[in-house]
Each structure stands twice: as structure tokens, then as C-alpha cells.
Design a protein. Structure first.
Length: 279
């Protein structure tokens, strides 16, 4: 039996492929080792994943996760998985590798993630040849859900959010200033909290303020990261992630203005990863 995981900072998609090559989907919270330790990962899997009843039978696990860039972070995830799926051969890599595989498989191009966080890489059909890191939602992550959420929250707190949006925001979320500060500075997963405001963007795209922030964020992402790849304008560029998918038309239009060929945008990489591994 084979288990595949695609883990972002907000959620993890799991697919179990049995001996008949039938696929079964499961979901847990995100398991980013930058925000959750080994014990937390172990606990989340036991709490939310019914796959533990198949623990002895699972032979291979392919885990692609946000926060799994450094060797020690990969080891946190691998050890946690091994403590449950003790008979399995486990491979842990970044969500960027998973995204690139899903978007290009054995073709080459530039892969990009715009979800809770953001990331990019130059993919040669086998490996990420170059990765211009975006440094997380505090230092970067332009174009991501956490990035846009931070802009919205800051505008609300400093009084620069237009009055009509301010009223809509207060009516929809009913958050006090203290609650916002607590969620950002004291609670775990502040990036998830910030990214949770993306539906507000989707519901208010007619607002000049919202549209302006989306355009600025996507332009910053393209110029600070994608345009720094050599020969980027002659490479295919493909995106994965909820933010990219839900604002696909705007993203493609901004890409065209920067002379980029964005020929595919998908929401989740899992279906394509299953196609690759379920042979």
C-alpha cells in the first residue's frame, strides 16, 4: 500500500492507494514543521487520520510539505511518520517539489505556489534546479493568502481601510482589536489566521482597494521572484494553490503584462501526484 501527502500550512491532503490501485482521500490540518513539533504532528495524525488502521500494511510514503526545506525539518516529519507507519519507506520533500511534479512531471518549467504561503522553483523534469525562497509571511511571501491577510488586517487596524469595507469586515468577522492581536502574536499558526481572510478578497473584487492590493501583490511576486529566473520569459510558468486558482484570470493577465507564459493554474496538486505514483 502507498500513501501520498501534500501538506501546506493550513491543511494536508492524503491519498491511500491500496493493492488494487484504488485511491482513498483523507484530510488533516497542515503539518508545517516550522509551526508544529514532532509530537504535534504525531498527535494530529492519530486524531484526524483513520489510516492508522493500515499502518502495518503501508510500504511507501511520499510526503511533500511546506516547511520541509531544511534537513532537520524533514527529519521531524519523517520521525513522526515513522512512529506510526513503522514498516514504511518514507520520503519527505518540500511542497515545492510536490507542486513542480504535479505541474510538470518530467517536463521543464517554472513552478509557483500561491496558497497560504508562496514559493517558486525552476524544474528540469526531475529536480528543482533553483529555488528563490520567499522567506515566510513576515519577511516575504508576496502574493500569498497570509500576505494579503496581513495587508487587510493592517489597513483595518490603522484606519486606512475604506469605510464600506470596514463595515463589511466588522459585520463578517466580528473581531475585536484584542482578538486580532492575540491571534497574530500569541496563538499558534498566525499564517493560517491571516490567510483565513482571503474569502473577503473574493467577495469584494469590485472594490478598487481590494483590486489594487491583489494587483500589487501579484506584481510583487512576479517581479521579486519569477522574473529573477534566467530565461523566465521563454519558459512555461505554472501555478498551484488556492490563491492562484481563485484569482486565476487576474494572475494570468498580470503575468502577460510581464511577458510571462502562464499556461496552467490548478487548485490542488494531489490528483496529478496520484496519476504519477499510481502506476
Amino acid at each position: 500500500m502507498l500513501l501520498i501527502a501534500d501538506s501546506g500550512s493550513t491543511k494536508t491532503d492524503w491519498v491511500l492507494i491500496d493493492t488494487n490501485k484504488d485511491a482513498y482521500k483523507y484530510h488533516t490540518a497542515g503539518l508545517n514543521p516550522n509551526f508544529i513539533d514532532g509530537k504535534g504532528i504525531h498527535k494530529e495524525i492519530l486524531k484526524s487520520l483513520p489510516l492508522t488502521i493500515f499502518a502495518k500494511s503501508i510500504e511507501n510514503i511520499y510526503f511533500f510539505g511546506a516547511g520541509c526545506f531544511a534537513k532537520d525539518r524533514k527529519e521531524i516529519v519523517k520521525s513522526s511518520l515513522k512512529s506510526i507507519f513503522f514498516n514504511a519507506n518514507i520520503e519527505v520533500d518540500t511542497d515545492m517539489v510536490g507542486a513542480a511534479k504535479a505541474l510538470f512531471n518530467n517536463e521543464s518549467g517554472i513552478a509557483a505556489i500561491l496558497g497560504t504561503g508562496s514559493n517558486t522553483c525552476l524544474w528540469d523534469g526531475v529536480n528543482c534546479m533553483k529555488n528563490i525562497r520567499t522567506h515566510g509571511f513576515i519577511l516575504g511571501d508576496e502574493g500569498s493568502g497570509a500576505y494579503f491577510g496581513l495587508i487587510l488586517i493592517k489597513a483595518y487596524l490603522n484606519g486606512s481601510l475604506p469605510n464600506d469595507l470596514k463595515e463589511k469586515f466588522e459585520d463578517k468577522y466580528k473581531l475585536s482589536v484584542d482578538q486580532i492581536i492575540n491571534n497574530v502574536y500569541s496563538q499558534p499558526f498566525p499564517n493560517r489566521f491571516l490567510a483565513s481572510f482571503m474569502p473577503f478578497y473574493s467577495e469584494n473584487t469590485e472594490s478598487p482597494f481590494i483590486l489594487d492590493q491583489l494587483e500589487k501583490g501579484f506584481n510583487d511576486f512576479i517581479r521579486k521572484y519569477l522574473l529573477k529566473y534566467e530565461d523566465c520569459k521563454n519558459n512555461k510558468v505554472r501555478f498551484v494553490g488556492s490563491v492562484a486558482f481563485h484569482f486565476k484570470e487576474l494572475l494570468i493577465a498580470i503575468g502577460q503584462k510581464n511577458n510571462l507564459i502562464i499556461d496552467e493554474v490548478i487548485n490542488h496538486p494531489m490528483d496529478k501526484l496520484v496519476e504519477i505514483y499510481n502506476k
